[in-house]
Design a protein around this ligand. Sequence first.
Ligand SMILES: [Zn+2]
Length: 448
Amino acid sequence: MIIGIDDTDSRRGGCTTYLCAVLVDELKKYGEISTPRLVRLNPCIPFKTRGNGAVSFEIRIANGKEEKEVKEVVKARVSELSELSEEETNPGVVFIDNDTLTAISRGEKENNSDEILRNFYENAVREVLRLADAYELISNLHLDYFGLKTKRGIIGALAAASFSLLQKNKPDYYDFTYELMSYRRKERWGMLRLIDEASVWKADAATYPLTWDTVDWSEKKIVFAPHSPCPVLFGIRGDSVDAIYKAYELIDAEPEERKMLFITNQGTDFHLIRFEGEVAKEKLQDYHSYILAGEVESNPRTIEGGHVLFSVSLSEEETSVECIAYEPTKGFRDVIRKLRAGDEITVYGSLKKGTLNLEKIEVRKLNNVVERNPRCDKCGRTMKSAGRFQGYRCKRCGTFKAEKDKVIVDRGIETGLYEVPPVARRHIAKPLIRMRMEEADKEIHPSR
Ligand SMILES: [Zn+2]
């Protein structure tokens, strides 16, 4: 049986991954449990808790135990550990029973169930789903579910359960990474986290780039621990389980209550919808994230608050989109400020109110030609315009040139991929360092 859970936490506390860790430990006496999944959903959805993450796991129920008993434990823990007093917390749980799993893997379920579930998962990360979409699928596949209050969490629960199912059948179908979460003892929740910072820097130095986003070197900040009153002490993200545990061993911190390793879609850029070639603006919708190729149309300008804005033209037909690098993206803005009209770039980010919030940028070709008034061949002085469309003349020598000089300038940046620093990185955004293998043809400028 696969169990998906979502929306049990709130901005003020709780954490769906903690609930998952508690359940996984508790359910061990009912059977063998898979590594749980942590699925980040569409990061642009306006009504979401901090990370917009849902969880799931599979339990192979032991002889003499029943699915019914497991479901009762799950319902009890979700009811008990959810932050129900928070208006925006609307828990949902979805169960994909063993019989259904068997039928799906044998292809006996009608209407290509695995394809339907795959679409649902992908849409939960890239599109804006309604609760009705989840109910429709649940009803078509005859799934069991449970929810509290508006039950909005059913959407994420079903998406996370789908991710588990898809990975069970095709482990390498989707890119994935790991996160090891350490949880605090209950008596310390809400108190300052005791973590020896020096040990964290040491752990990062010893395991990067197999672990990443533990610290931010340019901002000199530790970024792997939250600042909220939630039960999470810290989370170590990476591509290698061995490296993650090695980092974990090096970190000195307050004693934990428990820890749990998750397989996740974090660090994969799965939220991004790639458009090839020219894009019509009608195709771009708010609350969606895109990869768009174009040409810098206006030189970047810094506006109040330190945000940097510029526009990119996406096609010949005057289709352009405003792009913004917000102040919290820190040093990334220095790269953006160096862009210039005529640069060929590809932008990565989420569309909100018609503006693309940048996460990454690829500088494909720099416009490094500057036109200047020509110099006089005789005296070397800069020539003056002789009037509109009338060329240039040296006042002293009387020499004439028809055209401006084209000068190649050093732009102070290189071509290649740039990204926001770890302090500003979304869970689901792929750190450039992860692209070191697959994008070998491209220069990457990882921010760490
Ligand atoms: Zn001259």
